[in-house]
Write a protein that binds this ligand. Structure first.
Ligand code: ADP
Length: 256
């Protein structure tokens, strides 16, 4: 986050004497700000899993709506932890995270599923169900949500079409190449038309050509309005893409 922006919040935060006061102060602080908040706002976020290691330390940054950016840094720098905080798989030890203007560190447990439905997540290892066909894998989320079967099929087909794999909808994951499996997992992440797509080392298991294809897909998704954040340590790819790079080092923002 840029210097000038972080300073006022520092004052607000210093005046807050407790965590609860801090959350309240943050709401007041944002009230006077433009009505379209950034997609992700992190304010002095710390995450410590155990006594020995600090995964994130004093991370303050903004990612705007519609941005495409990379989160980079060596292994252990805190990339995965940051993404987990954004979709509320973990809670910060200190600090606040807002997603689409909502303070995800303070939302009640019952609202977490709704938050997660608005965020698509793509992992390095695809996480596809081997015994289900491609279209079943993509439709699975909708089934859980109780969407009628016809609607599930229609939306899953459309998502598969968007990643160019509708012709393989009845195949099983292991019958596809790594790049194709990753495209299926992207279709699954897009099924709810998320406002935000988070990808954690999405090309880590792919050869450069397939990795390039996945990046092209992310660019398409981004062009249709979804904010995209890709965690990777692949410097060549980052350089080729020419997008914003947020670099983490030992849990701290080294550059943003
Ligand atoms: P990156 O994604 O950049 O490789 P991570 O966010 O996975 O980094 O990890 C940051 C630090 O937090 C590392 O030191 C890692 O060992 C530690 N860490 C991550 N997850 C856990 C966990 N569940 N329990 C304890 N330590 C963890």
């Amino acid at each position: 986050m840029r210097e000038a922006e972080s300073r006022p919040w520092d004052r607000v935060r210093a005046a807050a004497s407790s965590k609860r006061n801090e959350a309240r102060a943050l709401r007041r602080y944002n009230r006077g700000r433009p009505s379209t908040p950034p997609m992700i706002q992190a304010f002095h976020v710390y995450k410590q899993y155990d006594r020995e290691s600090v995964a994130l330390a004093d991370v303050t940054l903004n990612i705007d709506k519609g941005e495409f950016c990379f989160l980079t840094g060596p292994s252990g720098a805190g990339k995965t932890t940051f993404l987990k905080l954004v979709f509320r798989e973990e809670l910060p030890s200190q600090g606040q995270i807002l997603v689409g203007g909502r303070n995800v560190t303070a939302i009640p447990g019952g609202q977490i599923p709704e938050l997660r439905r608005s965020i698509g997540v793509v992992f390095q290892d695809f996480k596809l169900l081997k015994r289900k066909t491609i279209i079943e894998n993509v439709a699975f989320v909708l089934r859980i949500l109780g969407v009628p079967a016809r609607e599930q099929k229609r939306r899953a087909f459309a998502a598969l079409k968007a990643v160019g794999l509708h012709h393989k909808m009845h195949a099983y994951p292991l019958q596809l190449s790594g790049g194709e499996q990753q495209r299926v997992s992207i279709a699954r992440a897009l099924i709810n038309e998320p406002m935000l797509l988070l990808a954690d080392e999405p090309t880590g298991n792919l050869d450069p050509e397939m990795a390039q294809e996945i990046m092209r897909l992310f660019l398409d998704v981004n062009a249709r309005g979804t904010t995209v954040v890709v965690a990777t340590h692949d410097r060549d790819m980052i350089q080729r893409m020419g997008k914003r790079v947020i670099a983490l080092e030992k849990g701290r923002v080294a550059s943003a």
